[in-house]
Design a protein around this ligand. Structure first.
Ligand code: WTA
Length: 645
């Protein structure tokens, strides 16, 4: 949407949190070092990223760090050869990490499996060999449609090991959505499971794959590998379907890693599509591993004893960079959980933290808000004292949720790091470090080596204290290498077209007087009320500051006088009723919080909000209901009944 008028925000958050002195002393990157990194990255960004690349192993080093002769199609580390899996596994089994836990998995019924680096290496080799035996080779696309199981991680790494390109599809997608995603990437093989546990039930997965493959995809997909998880009756099509256990049993131990060009594709991934149809983004072996390794190590201050739990599903970029590749590159222990966060009750997450001694917990605001509704008595049931760092990603968290997470989960002692990044960026871009000053709800500053700006409609930097469009002004190593598909090149170019040489993130942000950045929401979602542009995040955060409100979504609806007016959809906390009195009270509350410009035309109380399967609020679905506009692609909608309604 075309921004016009001011993009300033109304809210001001004045609280500042400092790290505990002990934490600063123990941090891998101390304040002086951070300043030095920033200075180096500013004066010599390519030198900065070259040093980051030198921390990893390469078969052959680069001819140069960056080739920008065909911008915006940047090539990082041209001439270099590597394989990200060599750096995730082979490199570690030559060191003391060999017998360290790489992966902990907890099933919903409470079963658990653990893999050392050596064991994971062995499993990945076996499945890599099996994929080769099934005729999959370098450049072939493999769709992984799996619940969070160790085999999903193994399949990702096995593909990458042999140079095949994985494309994960979240296991909550329907047959129709799966079919179009298989087609989008022209997959040759699908890896799936018979079923899995979710909320105390078995969800069958294989029949969904069968349905997706009927007709359309049968010509491109020639094999399906099925992991035996739920042990349910499963139809297997002779010649096409194979049990995972059968195909790996035959394999020898070693399957050598394919030597890849740095820019060769590692994976394809659909964006979440909050504001339009999803794009199929591609990432590569070389630049991606350099960017992810450096930023994950810096932000989460990885120590040899950490247990790292990122709750994202593998099917999102967060699952790729912060569950699999980042933690394994860093040689830490990554944890995955199969099931529902509230099964059998609202303390499951905290039970897992205490059971395994999780030290770093990285999650999404939507999950925290859901758990907040159940109250602090659930985290209090468990010993969370092992936690030392918290993180969040995916949506603006807002001060209220931030403070709850910080106090009730982090005991007021763990730095809470709000990381801003995207499927397209591959790596963390804007984030504090554990040593940073924090303001609840702010993503703080760009990481060293990352150059961002907030600009007005003409592309000029806005002064401090003002809002505008978030752009990235210099290329970064883990940037997407392209967009896959017929219109891919045009879609890729579009991201750099509005302000030449700058990547338009599509988010609205504000830089405050101290230079801290605040993300206000997606630019397409921003409201224009009587010439004032208000971020959805800002309005929603203000709603959440009211004790009755658990969750809020705000959209703009046409208004004769103001051009646009705000309508709010509210989920109430337990014990509150959606009365007219409460509606009036909320309208007054908003006026008090943000001023008269934040007039809320109407409030609708709801039990649910339409969300993407990754938990982001899909405001365009609410909006299309109100205005009768076409809501666009709905395959990413979490509750399919919303589509019908
Ligand atoms: C939003 C997720 C506020 C933003 C890694 C971005 C955030 C989109 C934050 C990308 C954050 C991500 N604060 N908003 N810390 N992190 N976003 O591709 O709108 O699923 O453009 O990548 O999520 O979502 P994606």
């Amino acid at each position: 949407m075309e921004p016009s008028g001011t993009l300033d925000s109304l809210a001001q958050e004045l609280r500042v949190f400092r790290p505990l002195p002990q934490l600063v002393v123990e941090a891998n990157v101390n304040p002086q070092e951070l300043t030095a990194y920033r200075r180096q990255a500013e004066h010599d960004p390519l030198g900065y990223w070259e040093e980051a690349a030198d921390e990893l192993d390469w078969y052959k080093k680069w001819d140069r760090v960056l080739d920008d002769s065909n911008a915006p199609f940047y090539r990082w580390f041209p001439g270099a050869r590597c394989n990200i899996v060599y750096n995730c596994l082979d490199r570690h089994i030559e060191t003391a990490n060999k017998n360290k836990l790489a992966l902990i998995w907890e099933g919903e019924p409470g079963d658990s499996r653990k893999f050392t680096y050596y064991e994971l290496y062995r499993e990945v080799n076996r499945f890599a060999g099996a994929l080769r035996t099934l005729g999959v080779g370098k450049g072939d696309r493999v769709v992984i449609y799996m619940p969070p199981l160790p085999e999903a991680v193994i399949a990702m790494l096995a593909c990458a090991r042999i140079g095949a390109v994985h494309a994960l599809v979240f296991a909550g997608f329907s047959a129709k959505a799966l079919r179009s995603r298989i087609r989008d990437v022209d997959a040759r093989l699908v890896v799936t499971a018979d079923g899995f546990y979710r909320n105390g039930q078995i969800i069958k997965l294989k029949p969904i794959v069968d349905e997706a493959l009927v007709g359309g995809c049968a010509d491109c997909v020639d094999s399906v590998v099925v992991v035996h998880r739920a042990k349910v009756e499963t139809d297997m099509q002779e010649g096409r379907d194979f049990w995972y256990d059968d195909v790996v049993r035959r394999e020898r131990r070693e399957a050598p890693a394919e030597v890849m060009e740095a820019g060769d594709p590692l994976f394809l991934l659909h964006t979440s599509g909050t504001t339009g149809a999803p794009k199929v983004v591609s990432h590569c072996h070389g630049g991606y591993m350099v960017g992810v390794n450096r930023t994950l190590n810096h932000v989460f201050d990885i120590k040899p004893t950490d247990i790292f739990w990122c709750t994202a599903d593998l099917g999102w970029i967060t699952g790729h960079s912060a569950v699999v590749y980042g933690p394994l590159l860093a040689g830490t222990t990554t944890l995955i959980y199969e099931g529902h966060p509230n099964y059998p009750q609202a303390d499951r997450m905290w039970h897992i933290v205490s059971k395994y001694g999780v030290t770093i917990f990285y999650t999404a605001p939507t999950l925290i808000r859901m758990l907040m509704r159940f109250g602090p008595q659930y985290p209090r049931m468990h010993d969370l004292s092992t936690l030392r760092i918290l993180g969040t990603v995916g949506e603006p968290i807002g001060p209220e949720t931030w403070l709850w997470f910080y106090r009730h989960i982090g005991r007021g002692e763990c730095p809470l790091l709000d990381t801003w990044w995207q499927t397209e960026t591959g790596m963390f871009m804007i984030s504090p470090l554990p040593i940073s000053l924090l303001k609840p709800g702010s993503v703080t500053r760009a990481l060293p080596g990352v150059a961002v700006d907030v600009v007005d409609r003409e592309g000029n930097s806005v002064p401090e204290g003002k809002g505008g469009l978030l752009v990235v002004t210099k290329p970064w190593p883990a940037m997407m290498t392209g967009v896959y598909g017929e219109d891919g090149e045009a879609q890729y170019r579009q991201a750099f077209a509005r302000f030449p040489g700058k990547y338009l993130a599509g988010d609205v942000a504000k830089r405050d007087e101290d230079g801290f950045l605040w993300i206000q929401g997606r630019a397409d979602d921003v409201l224009n009320i009587a010439g004032h542009r208000l971020g959805t995040a800002e309005l929603e955060n203000a709603f959440r500051a009211h004790p009755a409100v658990a969750e809020a979504a705000v959209i703009g609806v046409p208004d004769k006088i103001k051009g646009e007016a705000a309508k709010a959809f509210i989920i109430l906390n337990p014990g509150f009723a959606g009365t007219v009195e409460l509606m009036v009270e909320l309208q007054n509350h908003m006026r008090k919080e943000l001023g008269p410009v934040a007039a809320i035309k109407s409030v609708e109380f709801r039990d649910e909000l339409p969300r993407t399967k990754s938990g982001k609020i899909l405001r365009r679905v609410l909006k299309s209901r109100e205005t009768g506009e076409d809501p666009g692609d709905l395959s990413m909608l979490d509750d399919e009944s919303e589509q019908a309604g």
